[in-house]
Design a protein around this ligand. Structure first.
Ligand SMILES: [Zn+2]
Length: 586
């Protein structure tokens, strides 16, 4: 087994890479000739769609190849150059092919339908054309679109300014660490201090953090209000029902569903409080907001080699069946994983790839339980890509972001269940339970609280209530009290927390973390209880984006729009709390 990537699976050598760029350029010369003529007849429509598909696929290959090579060794100047070249190509492609969508949308879908009936070869593009026409009523005239597109840099000012503050300008000041040493507090070491066993360290880090945000709260409020107003303006201009409706549109998700998710989560905050009651009891005092992350699980101190990890994960994923495991092990034997840390390799773990070629997974494997879990997670992504690539045309192979974390989380949960059931010590069992409960809290409760903040603020703006710094902070404090009070003392300073959440500049995105986790939880539960569920699940993994996300989940009998489905996830959370209670009695 090869533990390093083999990029020649994409291009054999430099010549093939360069030739592909030349090929894309010559295809671009061809496609541009169709400008103004796409809809002349069914043949020209077909030609443009074929050319465009080819251009996209080859450009993706060039881009993925150059970036993977660069990530593998960020000091490699050849791949740095390739990366620049492929970015230039990407920009060129998107600029030259930008005429296609508006030209299609300038017509009526009836005409497209006629062409599809005339020419069977167009059948394959039907679904993707329907998806383009889904937007028709929200696309403006050519000159209006031009104005909006010329203004796009202006719309990004709030986000860019926030990033500049949050990544560059920010100076949180110094605090004393556990050893009494003065250290600079930063965004990245903050969580570590909040997990400190020393309560004073936690408290001081918390205070220092929010003092900074209090001092800059007027600036940050103004930025966020700018962002909200942009969304409201764009959604009105594009004739959406609301800014929320605009963001949910691409996944065909309704506002009603978004609100239902919030409503059900709020109804179930009782379990979150129960969890913190248990935690308070073990700490022996009433918790404050700076105590939320303490007493988190301590990873079992055991060494697990990569070879052992493969064996463990194979056992844990048994409920997925033979077909899954055969393909899983084939991928490993094909050297898709770059396993160990090495000099100038990109940090973290991820999965990526290009259609028709086995995926690439990067780990920085460290012989511990955490690394095994990361391995299972990333392989979940890889298997989703593998199944979708093998069963769908390029056009429909890429699964949407809404579904992207499901397959990886299913694997993580199955692994955690397996390790829990096979662990010998109480401490180890406790670790897996607390890991699970903390992840549920962070991915479901916390993200839904964020989602509620976003929709509430946008709706106020849409109802002409003037947004102010006080209003933002009050709203955020109110939500925190709803989630944590009275079990936890909700410190007033938490009302500034919203101002440090980067995701709020990617509006109405975070709810997908919650829906992804909830779906994965139910899938894993079904897999463990029903021996036949795996066949449905593999079909789901094979479906790419041939339907909208909620419909693909419905094919698994998981109807997220039904509140019983959502409640089921919270019941699982509750069951784990009970398991933890039982364990602590022992
Ligand atoms: Zn992931």
């Amino acid at each position: 087994m090869n533990n390093n990537w083999d990029l020649t699976r994409i291009f054999k050598n430099e010549k093939e890479f360069k030739n592909t760029i030349l090929e894309v350029n010559s295809l671009l010369d061809k496609i541009i000739k169709y400008k103004g003529k796409i809809l002349e007849n069914n043949k020209s429509l077909l030609e443009v769609l074929c050319l465009n598909e080819k251009i996209e696929l080859l450009t993706e290959r060039v881009y993925v190849y150059s970036l993977l090579g660069y990530y593998d060794n960020m000091g490699n100047t050849t791949f740095q150059e390739y990366k620049e070249e492929s970015l230039n190509l990407l920009n060129k492609v998107s600029s030259i092919t930008s005429f296609i969508t508006p030209e299609l949308l300038s017509s009526d879908y009836k005409l497209i339908n006629t062409y599809i009936n005339e020419n069977k070869e167009l059948e394959k593009y039907k679904l993707s054309l329907e998806k383009i026409f889904h937007y028709k009523e929200h696309v403006l005239s050519f000159s209006e679109e031009k104005i909006l597109s010329d203004m796009s840099d202006l719309f990004r000012v709030p986000e860019n300014t926030f990033e500049a503050i949050d990544n560059v300008d920010i100076r949180l000041g110094k605090i004393k660490d556990e050893n009494g040493k003065n250290v600079e507090l930063t965004n990245s070491n903050y969580t570590r201090f909040l997990m400190s066993k020393n309560r004073n360290v936690r408290k001081n880090a918390f205070k220092k953090m929010y003092k900074y945000f209090e001092n800059h709260i007027n600036t940050l409020s103004s930025l966020y209000i700018g962002n909200v107003k942009n969304n409201v303006f764009l959604s009105k201009t594009r004739k959406y029902k609301s800014s929320l409706d605009m963001e949910l549109f691409s996944d065909n998700v309704s506002e009603k569903f978004y609100d239902k998710l919030i409503e059900i989560t709020n109804k179930n905050t009782k379990y979150l409080k129960e969890y913190y009651k248990l935690k308070s009891k073990s700490l022996g005092y009433k918790m404050h907001m700076y105590d939320l992350y303490v007493n988190s699980s301590v990873m079992p101190d055991k060494k697990i080699s990569y070879e052992e990890a493969i064996k463990i994960v194979n056992k844990a994923l048994k409920p997925l069946g033979e077909d899954y495991l055969n393909n899983f092990n084939n991928l490993l034997n094909s050297g898709v994983v770059d396993v160990y840390p090495k000099d100038k390799k990109r940090s973290g773990a991820y999965e990526w790839g290009t259609y028709g070629i086995l995926p690439y997974v990067s780990l920085n494997y460290e012989n511990n339980v955490d690394s095994v879990s990361t391995f299972a997670h990333e392989m979940g992504h890889a298997m989703h890509s593998f199944y979708s690539d093998n069963n769908q045309d390029y056009l429909y192979s890429r699964y949407p972001i809404f579904l992207a974390e499901i397959a990886s989380t299913v694997n993580e949960i199955l692994l955690s269940e397996y390790l829990y059931n096979n662990s010998e010590s109480k401490d180890e069992k406790e670790y897996y339970l607390i890991e699970f409960l903390d992840k549920f809290k962070a991915t479901v409760y916390r993200q839904v609280m964020f989602a509620e903040f976003e929709s509430s603020i946008h709706r106020k703006c849409e109802n002409n209530i003037s947004l102010t710094m006080d209003l933002l902070c009050d709203e955020y404090l109110k939500l925190n009290k709803k989630h944590f009070s009275p079990v936890i003392k909700v410190d007033e300073a938490i009302k500034y927390e919203w101002a440090r959440i980067p995701h709020f500049y990617n509006s109405f995105y975070v709810y997908k973390y919650a829906t992804g986790f909830i779906s994965a939880l139910i899938i894993a539960d079904n897999l463990l209880k029903d021996n036949n569920f795996k066949y449905k699940y593999i079909k789901f993994l094979s479906s790419g984006n041939i339907k909208y996300p909620l419909d693909l989940l419905k094919d698994l009998n998981i109807d997220l729009e039904n509140e019983n489905t959502l409640n089921r996830a919270f019941e699982i959370f509750k069951k784990k709390i009970n398991d933890l209670k039982e364990l602590e009695k022992e």
